[in-house]
Every structure is written in structure tokens, then in C-alpha cells.
Unconditional design. Structure first.
Length: 305
């Protein structure tokens, strides 16, 4: 097995026809730092260019899968855009739209191996791959409408994942938390297994897929993805990024964010089904504990997605 590091927080393993991309920043609950985002992007490029690789597994070495954007919103891409033009619209496009489209358009089958928390932008890394296998302790939440006052993530996937207007609306508008069992029932993921069986289940699934010719797998995946694109999914991801930028410039959003920061509120209200303080990562990347962010409303930006 060959192993390569792509930056400080992403490890890449290649073994036969299977590649593994491992998110590895446990001290920050695998928050989506700029380094992690680009490390994942580079790892996907490596897997795409390796003609021996047929299937990619995306997994975590932290207590949970991924806790979303970093708590401070302190991204070099945002700072550069803000200094040049006074907004972070292009910065968020560069960092959180373009790499997600890379994952969406990745030609080979992908499997997300999810345990623990998959919150905000982390839920997108968990749910956008072709297949998602979750342990019984996994849970999923997009907290932005309630916790941050934003319409959702930069690349809204939920309408396409649920394929159900009512369920997508409740999940997003109430910042609902879904357990692994609930996500399975809603059709968001493929399998739920005991934590001890998670890795073996993902590996067995990858091995089974890899029995087919690589070109056949690429063609089959392309046909599936093109069907969703014909219904507008790729365009919708881009539109949602624009809507996040638009809302970020509104005073009522900025007031809401300032209040959340001042109160140090987190997405754990009892009405958000299934979310309890004990289940949050120690440094929840999608909780609005953003000191100083409310004092800079002109950024039009928040720290999580």
C-alpha cells in the first residue's frame, strides 16, 4: 500500500483498485480548513489520474466525520477577496463551490464512510459521494438557517438528496438533526452498520464495485450524474452559492448573526431533533462561536456552511 500526505490534514492511500482519502485533523474535529479543502481536492486529482484506481473511499481519523467550516471563518481566500473588493463572494466560490463541483464531477465511484458528526459543509462531504455507509452513531445536520441565519450551504444538495419538497424544507428550515437510521429511511444514505463493522462494510462494498472494468464504472456513474444534471442539480449548486452571498449582505442576517455570537448560542436547541450537547464535537465548526465576526458585518460572511 502506498501512502501520501496532501498537506497536514489529508492522507491518501492507494492499494490495488481502491484509494482511501482520510481526513485527519482530530484536534479541530476535522473542520474544513483551507488546507483540508485543497488537500482533498489534490487527493481526488491523484486518484483520477491513477488508471489503476477504480473506487475511492472518503473517511475520517477523528472522533466524527467532519464538523463543517472552521469556527472563525478565517480563510485566506476570504481575506484576499475582502481586501480587493469588499466581499467574499469570489472567495467562497473558489473555496466551497469549485472544489465541491470537483467532487460532484469526479468520474470514478466514491464511497463516504461516516461515523459520528457530519455537520454543515461536512454533511456535504458525507452525502455527495455516490454511496454513503454510516455507523449507528452517525448523525447529519445543516444548521445554517437557524444557527447562522443563512439559507444553507454554498452548494445546497438537500432538495436533490431528499427528492421530497416537504422533507427537504423541514430539514433545512428547522435545522433538523437526522440520526443514521433516519437518514437511511429518508434515502440519504445506503447502509447503517455497527461502528465495529463500518470499515469492513465500506471496504467490501468498494471491492465489489471494483470487480467491474474501470471504464464501465466511469460510464455508469456518468449516466447517473448526467440524469441529475439534466434536472438542474449542478446549476442549483451554483445558484445556492450566489444566494448565500446575497443574504450575507442583508442587515437582518447581520443582526441575527451578531445576536447569536453575543449569546454564544449553538445548534443544540431541543426542538432540533436528536441534537444534544453531548453529541456535538468539542469545537463544532458550524456553531456561531465567532468572536469578532459580528463586529465586522461588512464582510457579509459567516464561519460555517
Amino acid at each position: 500500500m502506498n501512502e501520501t500526505d496532501f498537506g497536514a490534514y489529508v492522507r491518501y492511500q492507494a492499494e490495488g483498485p481502491i484509494a482511501r482519502i482520510i481526513l485527519d485533523d482530530p484536534q479541530r474535529s476535522n473542520a474544513q480548513s483551507s488546507e483540508m479543502v485543497w488537500g482533498l481536492d489534490d487527493a481526488l486529482t491523484q486518484a483520477r489520474r491513477d488508471h489503476e484506481i477504480k473506487v475511492v473511499i472518503l473517511k475520517s481519523a477523528a472522533k466524527g466525520f467532519c464538523s463543517g467550516h472552521i469556527p472563525t471563518g478565517d480563510y485566506p481566500e476570504f481575506h484576499a477577496n475582502l481586501e480587493a473588493k469588499g466581499t467574499v463572494w469570489e472567495g467562497q466560490t473558489e473555496l466551497f463551490l469549485t472544489p465541491m463541483l470537483t467532487l460532484w464531477e469526479f468520474p470514478k465511484p466514491t464511497i463516504a464512510q461516516v461515523h459520528g458528526y457530519a455537520i454543515g459543509g461536512g454533511s456535504y462531504w458525507a452525502l455527495l459521494p455516490d454511496l454513503t455507509v454510516a455507523s449507528e452513531d452517525a448523525y447529519f445536520q445543516m444548521p445554517l438557517v437557524q444557527a447562522m441565519g443563512l439559507p444553507g450551504g454554498e452548494t445546497m444538495l438537500e432538495p436533490w438528496l431528499f427528492m421530497n419538497w416537504k422533507r427537504a424544507a423541514e430539514y433545512l428550515l428547522t435545522s433538523q438533526t437526522l440520526s443514521a437510521a433516519e437518514a437511511l429511511e429518508a434515502g440519504l444514505i445506503n447502509r447503517v452498520v455497527p461502528r465495529d463493522d463500518l470499515e469492513s462494510t465500506a471496504e467490501e462494498l468498494a471491492a465489489r464495485i471494483a470487480n467491474a472494468p474501470g471504464s464501465t464504472l466511469v460510464a455508469a456513474k456518468t449516466a447517473i450524474r448526467r440524469a441529475w444534471e439534466l434536472m438542474g442539480m449542478r446549476m442549483h449548486q451554483q445558484i445556492s452559492n450566489d444566494l448565500v452571498a446575497v443574504v450575507s449582505g442583508h442587515r437582518d442576517f447581520q443582526k441575527h448573526l451578531a445576536e447569536m455570537v453575543k449569546a454564544r448560542k449553538k445548534p443544540r436547541d431541543p426542538s432540533w431533533r436528536g441534537m444534544r450537547r453531548s453529541r456535538l464535537p468539542e469545537r463544532s465548526a458550524d456553531s456561531p462561536s465567532l468572536r469578532g465576526r459580528a463586529s465586522r458585518p461588512s464582510t457579509g460572511r459567516r464561519a460555517s456552511a
